[in-house]
Structures are given as structure tokens and as C-alpha cells.
Design a protein around this ligand. Structure first.
Ligand SMILES: [Zn+2]
Length: 688
């Protein structure tokens, strides 16, 4: 290990120890933000609630095992709209905080920083409003019909901080969650124009015009600057909070780490939130969750990894599927989404009904109580993903993809979906993972057309191969550097030595089949053209053509026809190829008869944790309509679940959401067969 490699994690740990606030609970013990918000709900706080109503809410939270509450909602969500009424809000909020604290529940003040619907207020502060590039006028956020203040306006920042910090102090909140500080409208305001001139040089209007050509240097720079500005604002907020509200936690709304939406439209990439908060709240927005389980599960794995490497927590918050059905939902779909989060190590946040969360009228949430009473003893000490196969998800390739998701993200999801469908244990890794090297236990890394890759990350992959790992690289992997400039000339000899081929000049394209002048590597018996090349103690398997698009099923939406364009035969064959390459796994899983299921393997100390979520009912006949609201079909297939362990476990416990399925098997041998759980189960294998 190099000196730098040793210093980074230590430094990160020290910083965390200094920075992470600790809350006092009712019992007087201290807990971290992650502990405080491990079972979270939103709460629509109605000013003027009676003490009895406040108590009823707090009691309902406690009955459901909730540990953290995000308060706000209604008019208050647009903080500036609520300014004339803030006194009423604060009085009630202070009582909510008190009632929650008595029960050991932490409270976060939650609102949008920049949005307002008040025309008079927006006009009064016209200089602070984000402006449209085409018209130069204050622009309206189309989804919400709101104006948005510009986070680059320093006067606005100060005003916001004065309001928000005053509010947190007054109500005694444990945490602050500040939403929406992205550059949705451009922005061409005077503050942005000045900042562009000072930091980048030149005129922002000219830069905007040039940035309209995807893939151009101006386009790349434009979005890189917006991601930086978003992160800078968030960091400013975090530092103010650390300095002026010590002991409170910083929560950040986040999009998902796979969509180019944030990084290619308004600057709000997931990493900007994860880098600047104790807890990122991942808003899962719009899909029919159950029918979208394949992609949703892959996104959850990537979010969890992006959070893990930073030592922060990401909450999974499924949001209103559609505006039409936001007040109507299938409670079992909430159970399902909670299960997706558990499988990947993401705590759940309940908010499905438009910022409403749990109310005293609702039935207690059984899955939270189950988590508290039955699961937490296995998860409390922290868990890590465990798999012999890994898929590399590149944020550089995501943000530099001129074909939206088609070049890297979609194929990468496709590979992961194939492994997932075949129950091959897999884990997500990112560039941030590679900063510390490929995780121990991983034998195969799949790099699905990771066309943009920095020198340092290419080094990390090559080190992995030379010390015995298998890299499965496809198409134009590493043809460009981490900023999207062609690195082909500089790396030609190195890539040829790694891939075992002679490459023709590939041009500037970031995807598509690669023409080979010659191949010295060995042709494999594989479902697509694959060349195997020994490198050091390991090998590189090179696929000149990226097959992942044929493996990719996207989100499904309510009321729309169910679509699954995947080549299922190819998907199964490629998964089998990876299974063989990965060799004997700590645990191998299969369902007889085979059916889809979400499985994930994690590790806690010497225990192997196998998560199972039944998705057998999520495949509809092609073209049939996805239900509105989306609802879960816990289809019973009568399948049995086989687990084959590399070493005999001392004990295997099934901890099922359906209690009658729970059981304990002492010295069960290497092969264990169980009825496939009806909904969700954690199978704990205590290893010697
Ligand atoms: Zn601006």
C-alpha cells in the first residue's frame, strides 16, 4: 500500500470523527445522524395543531418505530412563500420537536431554498431570480410553476441562511434539509455572469451559445462548471451549518447517481449532494417502483456504493409516482421499496403521499417495526456489499455521454440486470471506489464501455489485473480521459497490450463496435466476440462490441404498456459467463424453477447476509398496462431457493417479514434449500 493510499482513509475517518454531529436521545445516549435517520418519515406540519394532535403524531411515529422526521410540507415547502406566516409554523414546529425528542426521535427542518410562487416577492427581489438565456427574463420552473432564486447571488445566500438558521435554532431541530439549489433556468443573472467571467473568463451568454453542441469542449465545460457551482453552494451551506449550528446534521436532497439528468441539465449531480451532507435523501421520482425493480435495484446499489465510499448515508425516498395518483397508493409497494433499500443498505424514508408521510390515522408500518425488532441486530454494526463480480459505473462517462444514457449508463445497467436476474452475486463500484483500489474479494470487474476513464483509474484497474483479477472491458473503454478528451494516441500501446489486440484509429466516437487490425488474444467460446489476454497474474477479456444495450430494461411507468426489450437468451448466457469467470462464490444462489428475484449479498463481520425480495410478479405480458397506482403482486411460484456455500456455515437463520417463514438451521451443511420467501427475508449465514 502506498503512503497516499494509507493516508486517505485515515484522514477521512478523522474528519468524520470531528465533523459528524451527535444527538442526545431521550435516554441520554448519543447517536450519529445515520442512526438518527435510519427509519424516517416526512411530516406535513399544519401550523396551529393542538397539543393533542402533536402528541398523536409523535405517538404514531413511535408506534411505527420511526427514528427521524423531516418536517415541513404544504405552503412551508416554499420557504419564501411562508415568510409572512413563519411565526405560526415555528411555534407548532417547536412543539413537534419537543414531542418527538421525548420519544428519542430526531427532527429535520425541511424546505426548498430557492423556489417561490409569490409574484410580488419575486418582483421585489428581481435581481435574485434565475434568468432565462433566450429571453433574459425571470424564468418559471415548468413542473412547479415557480420562480427560483439563484444560489450564486451572495445577498440571497445570506438572507436564506439568516432565515434557515434562525428557524432551526428557534424550533430546536436536530437537522436541516435544504432542497432545489440547482441551476434549472440557466442561469444568466448578473451574479452568474460575473462569476463566469471571473472564474472561467469570457461572456456567459457566448459560452451558453457554444455549449449547445453536445460533445463540444464548450458543452463539457458548461456542465462541469454547473456541477461545480452546485457543489460549491452546498459546501458553503454545510460549512455555515457546521460553524453556526454545531451538533446539527446536514441533509441534502439527491437525484440518483446513474441518471445524467443532474449532471447534464442543471448541475445537481448526486455526487454534489453526497459530498456535502451527512445524509443524502435520494428521491426516487416517477417510476412504478415494483415493475421497475430491475433498474431501481441497480440504482440503489450504485447510490449505496457512492455513499459508502464517502462515509455518508443515503436514504431511499420513493416519491409520488404521478401527480394523478399521488394520494392513492398500494401499501405493499411501500413494503417493496423498503425491501429494495434494505437489500442494498439504504435506510428507507416514507413520503409517498406528497410530502405528507405518516399520519396518526395511518396503520403502523409493520416493515419498520420488523426492521427495528428483528433485522437491526444483524445490521447495526454496519454492513458491506459482498460479491465476486463487480460492475463499474462511471460518473465521468455518464456526464460526458452525448447520447444521454445509451453509451455507458444503459449498457452498465444492462450487465447488472443480467447478473441480478441470474442471481449471480454482484456489486456496484464507481471511480470513487477505485480511488482505494478494487475491493477485496472481487475477482471480475466489468467495465461496460467506460469510454471516459482517468489515468489514475486505469492504473487501478491494471493493478487489479496484474495481481490476479479479471477485467472484462468492452468497446471504447479508456479511449478518453476523465474529462472526455481523446486519450487514444497517448494510451494506444498500453491499451493494445492490455486488450491483446491491434487497434485502428477509432475517431472521436464514444460508442459503437471497435474495428481490430489484429488480435493476438485468444478467442473465447462466448455468446459474443470475446478475446482473452493474459496480463500479469490475471487477464483482460475484451469485447470489441458492447452488448449491454440488449440486456437493458428501463423504468416502467404507471398506465403505460409494460416493455421488456431485452434479449433474454443473451442475458442468461453472459451472466453464466461471468459466473464461470468469478469461480466458486462464498454463496451461490438459485431458484428452482427459475424466476426473477432481487437478491443481494452483504457482509457484517463474519456473517454473510443474503437479502431476498420476491419480484416474480413484476413481469407483465408485453404491452399490457402497468397498473395505476402501481401495485405489488407477491406472486407465489412454489419455487425453492438453493444456497450453496463455499464453506459450511455454523448456522443459517431465515429472518422473514412473514414470521411463519422464519427458522434457524444449525450445522446445515454446504447446501441449503428453503421455500422461496413470500415477500422479503434476510438469510443470515454465520460463517466459521
Ligand atoms: Zn444566476
Amino acid at each position: 500500500m502506498t503512503v497516499t493510499g494509507l493516508q486517505t482513509p485515515l484522514l477521512a475517518l478523522l474528519l468524520l470523527a470531528v465533523m459528524a454531529p451527535l444527538f442526545a436521545t431521550a435516554e441520554g445516549s448519543r447517536q450519529t445522524p445515520a442512526e438518527a435517520f435510519r427509519r424516517t418519515t416526512l411530516m406535513f406540519l399544519r401550523p396551529g395543531m393542538t397539543d393533542a394532535e402533536v402528541e398523536a403524531y409523535a405517538e404514531a411515529f413511535a408506534r411505527s418505530g420511526i427514528t427521524g422526521v423531516l418536517i415541513g410540507g404544504g405552503r412551508h415547502h416554499y420557504l419564501h412563500d411562508d415568510l409572512p406566516f413563519l411565526d405560526d409554523y415555528a411555534k407548532t414546529a417547536a412543539r413537534v420537536v419537543e414531542a418527538c425528542r421525548k420519544r428519542g426521535i430526531a427532527v429535520a427542518e425541511h424546505h426548498s431554498v430557492v423556489l417561490t410562487t409569490r409574484e410580488d416577492y419575486a418582483r421585489e427581489h428581481a435581481a435574485w431570480i434565475q434568468r432565462d438565456f433566450e429571453s433574459g427574463e425571470p424564468s418559471v420552473w415548468p413542473e412547479y410553476q415557480t420562480w427560483a432564486f439563484c444560489p450564486n447571488n451572495l445577498e440571497f445566500r445570506e438572507l436564506y441562511w439568516k432565515i434557515a438558521s434562525g428557524l432551526v435554532r428557534r424550533i430546536g431541530a436536530d437537522a436541516l434539509m435544504s432542497d432545489d439549489t440547482v441551476f434549472h433556468h440557466g442561469c444568466s443573472c448578473a451574479a452568474c455572469a460575473r462569476r463566469w467571467r471571473e472564474e472561467t473568463g469570457g461572456d456567459i451568454h457566448e459560452a451558453y451559445r457554444q455549449s449547445r453542441t453536445p460533445g463540444s469542449e464548450a458543452w463539457r465545460q458548461w456542465h462541469a462548471v454547473r456541477r461545480k457551482w452546485f457543489t460549491d453552494f452546498r459546501r458553503w451551506l454545510l460549512e455555515r451549518q457546521r460553524a453556526e449550528l454545531p451538533g446539527t446534521a446536514c441533509l441534502a436532497l439527491s437525484g440518483n447517481a446513474l441518471s445524467p439528468w443532474g449532471g447534464q441539465t442543471h448541475g445537481g449531480a448526486a455526487e454534489g449532494s453526497l459530498d456535502t451532507a451527512d445524509i443524502a435523501v435520494w428521491e426516487v421520482y416517477n417510476p412504478a417502483d415494483f415493475y421497475s425493480w430491475r433498474r431501481l435495484s441497480v440504482e440503489a446499489a450504485v447510490m449505496a456504493e457512492a455513499a459508502r465510499v464517502r462515509g455518508v448515508t443515503a436514504l431511499l425516498l420513493p416519491y409520488a409516482d404521478t401527480a394523478q395518483s399521488r394520494d392513492v397508493f398500494d401499501p405493499e409497494e411501500e413494503v417493496f421499496a423498503w425491501g429494495v433499500g434494505q437489500a442494498h443498505g439504504l435506510p428507507f424514508a416514507l413520503g409517498r403521499v406528497f410530502l405528507t408521510g405518516l399520519t396518526p390515522e395511518d396503520a403502523p408500518r409493520g416493515y419498520f417495526v420488523f426492521e427495528r425488532d428483528r433485522l437491526s441486530r444483524w445490521l447495526a454494526g454496519g454492513t458491506e456489499p459482498h460479491a465476486e463480480a463487480a460492475v463499474l459505473f462511471s460518473r465521468a462517462s455518464r456526464d460526458l455521454d452525448t447520447a444521454w444514457e445509451a453509451s455507458h449508463v444503459a449498457p452498465a445497467i444492462g450487465w447488472a440486470e443480467s447478473l441480478q436476474d441470474a442471481l449471480v452475486p454482484w456489486r456496484a463500484i464507481t471511480e470513487d471506489t477505485l480511488d482505494r483500489g478494487v475491493p477485496g474479494g472481487v475477482r471480475v470487474v466489468i467495465a461496460p464501455n467506460v469510454f471516459a476513464l482517468s489515468d489514475a483509474h486505469l492504473d487501478a484497474l491494471e493493478r487489479f489485473v496484474r495481481t490476479g483479477g479479471i477485467l472484462l472491458a468492452t468497446s471504447r473503454t479508456a479511449f478518453f480521459d476523465g474529462e472526455g478528451s481523446s486519450a487514444f494516441s497517448a494510451r494506444k500501446l498500453r491499451l493494445e497490450a492490455l486488450y491483446g489486440v491491434s487497434l485502428r484509429e477509432p475517431g472521436e466516437r464514444i460508442s459503437g463496435p471497435v474495428e481490430l487490425a489484429h488480435a493476438s488474444a485468444k478467442e473465447m467460446d462466448a455468446p459474443v466476440r470475446a478475446l482473452r489476454n493474459r496480463v500479469g497474474r490475471g487477464s483482460v477479456i475484451y469485447l470489441p462490441e458492447e452488448p449491454g444495450q440488449q440486456l437493458f430494461q428501463d423504468f416502467q411507468n404507471e398506465g403505460k404498456p409494460f416493455t421488456d426489450p431485452r434479449d433474454l437468451v443473451l442475458s442468461a448466457k453472459l451472466a453464466q459467463m461471468v459466473r464461470v469467470l468469478a469461480g466458486e462464490c462464498e454463496v451461490s444462489l438459485s431458484l428452482v424453477p427459475h424466476s426473477p428475484a432481487l437478491t443481494a449479498v452483504r457482509r457484517a463481520g463474519s456473517d454473510l447476509l443474503i437479502f431476498y425480495l420476491n419480484t416474480a410478479g413484476a413481469d407483465l405480458p408485453p404491452g399490457s398496462e402497468v397498473p395505476t397506482p402501481s401495485r405489488v403482486d407477491w406472486k407465489r411460484t412454489g419455487a425453492s431457493l438453493h444456497l450453496r456455500f463455499a464453506r459450511e456455515p455454523r448456522r443459517v437463520r431465515v429472518v422473514s417479514l412473514d414470521f411463519t417463514e422464519s427458522r434457524t438451521l444449525d450445522r446445515p451443511g454446504k447446501d441449503v434449500t428453503l421455500p422461496a420467501p413470500r415477500r422479503f427475508a434476510l438469510i443470515v449465514a454465520e460463517m466459521p
